[in-house]
Design a protein around this ligand. Structure first.
Ligand code: UQ1
Length: 448
């Protein structure tokens, strides 16, 4: 079998009196990975290590030059970390043993085991992992794009790599009035982040003795503050004690940045719309699966997500296609910690499938969200598909702690760059088991 055969495919286009030749490359590989974000990079590291001696077994298609560690964006927006510390060159994070095609996919042809790229190249695969993440749809809220561009409009967002560095400036410029933080009527990557930035802003204004002049409002499209009751209860306490007004089922539908007005719709009574004058507006934009995925209904569910089995992560129709991360139909919370856990399951199942074995390993929906509530304080939520807490450490993680803040600020970035992206971190399951054994032994000692 031949891998990565660069068969040049000459197509001749004749125009008037001259002939122009266009070369389209044809690549072939054992595993094709679509996307060089967290999921793609992690899987590329695991798989290319496995196929040590055949460098072209793994191909990654990714158009971007820069790779961001997005969980730091909240701390960048809060003025705690620099944007520089959240990014690296793609060439430095993709494994050298994998082949990187700096291009984007335009067509999926799953019946032929082929994808096409924007250069007109074709890539043939034996197995394919789709790891395309979520796309941000800024233009879906009228006035948002203009508001973000206008330096006087006081509109900002931690969600864009090009907008996050403007957030702290705008927090600092706010001295009074109403500060609004929004959560859209769509799925969201790191659904805790829209409120984390509200907590960091509140803390900043309080420390600057401006708190009494500023009304803080968190308007969320969701019916709850957080999906897991234990952490929702803790977060309600944070909001109530710090006088942050939470409005559920309240969706931002328009920004009139010249007048500093934001229009919200009550999702339970759509005829009710409110216009609020703001002095600061932090927007979480609507998100969804990438458009190119949505255009290929043959591999997606109704909502446009890659249609995979939520346990095995294998495609529901094509058994040589798998998904990881935010672009799949799995109903877990879309966080980086979820991807760490998925990577272990996906690696095992893909290997077993290649070896002709039955695939059995199941992802339990694990996700984690370090909910920073102030500099030095964090609630470390960890839970599964059943929205049951699934905590690693033998302490109550529903309490605000410095220890978990330290992990978020210092330890997780280290873990990410040095272990996860090198294929050596698959989530804290083992750690949790060790701690639970120690806890059990301690309890026995106390009993006896
Ligand atoms: C995690 O594994 C991870 O991936 C590197 C994160 O990404 C930023 C996290 O935020 C968390 C919480 C985890 C889970 C790890 C532990 C030790 C609880």
């Amino acid at each position: 079998m031949m891998y990565s055969t660069l068969r040049s495919n000459l197509s001749l286009i004749s125009k008037a009196n001259f002939q122009q030749s266009v070369k389209h490359a044809h690549h072939a590989c054992k595993v094709l990975i679509i996307g060089g974000g967290t999921g793609g990079c992690t899987m590329a590291a695991k798989l290319s290590k496995k196929f040590q001696n055949a460098p072209d077994h793994v191909i990654v298609i990714e158009p971007q030059d820069i790779h961001y560690y997005q969980p730091l964006f909240t701390l960048v927006g809060g003025g705690i970390k620099s944007l520089k510390s959240s990014k690296k060159h793609m060439k430095d994070v993709l494994p050298q043993k994998a082949q990187w095609l700096k291009d984007s996919v335009t067509k999926f042809k799953p019946d032929e085991n082929i994808v096409m790229t924007s250069n007109g190249d074709t890539v043939e695969y034996q197995q394919m992992i789709v790891a395309m993440g979520l796309e941000l749809f800024w233009e879906q809220i009228p006035g948002l794009v203009d508001g973000l561009k206008n330096p006087k409009a006081q509109v900002c967002s931690i969600y864009g790599s090009d907008t996050v560095s403007g957030v702290f400036e705008k927090i600092k410029l706010t001295k009074e009035g109403t500060a609004i933080f929004t959560f859209p009527n769509s799925c969201v990557k790191c659904p805790g982040a829209p409120q984390k930035i509200a907590y960091l802003s509140e803390d900043y204004w309080r420390r600057k003795k401006l708190r009494d002049n500023i009304n803080i409002v968190y308007n969320t499209s969701l019916p709850v503050l957080f999906g897991v009751k234990k952490y929702a209860d803790a977060l309600w306490e944070v909001c109530n004690s710090r006088n942050i007004k939470v409005n559920c089922r309240t969706n931002l539908i328009e920004i009139r940045s010249d007048e500093r007005e934001a229009v919200f719709q009550n999702l339970d009574k759509p005829e009710i719309k409110h216009t609020i004058e703001y002095s600061f507006l932090h927007v979480t934009p609507p998100m969804g699966p990438p458009k190119v995925l949505q255009q290929h209904k043959i591999i997606t569910n109704e909502a446009g997500f890659l249609d995979v089995n939520p346990k095995t992560l294998q495609h529901n129709k094509y058994n040589n296609i798998y998904g990881i991360g935010d672009c799949t139909s799995t109903p877990n919370s879309k966080t980086m910690a979820a991807i760490a856990s998925q990577s272990k399951v996906l690696y095992k199942n893909l290997m077993d499938n290649c070896a002709g074995k039955e695939i059995k390993m199941a992802y339990n929906g694990y996700a984690s969200c370090p909910l920073v509530t102030a500099p030095g304080k964090c609630i470390l939520a960890e839970f599964d598909y059943n929205l049951q807490p699934c905590e690693t450490f033998p302490v109550n993680q529903g309490k605000e702690m410095y220890f978990t803040y330290f992990l978020k600020k210092h330890f997780f970035p280290l873990l990410y760059w040095n272990f996860m992206l090198k294929g050596n971190w698959s989530g804290p399951e083992m750690l949790r088991k060790i701690f639970s054994i120690i806890k059990k032994k301690d309890a026995e000692v106390v009993k006896n």
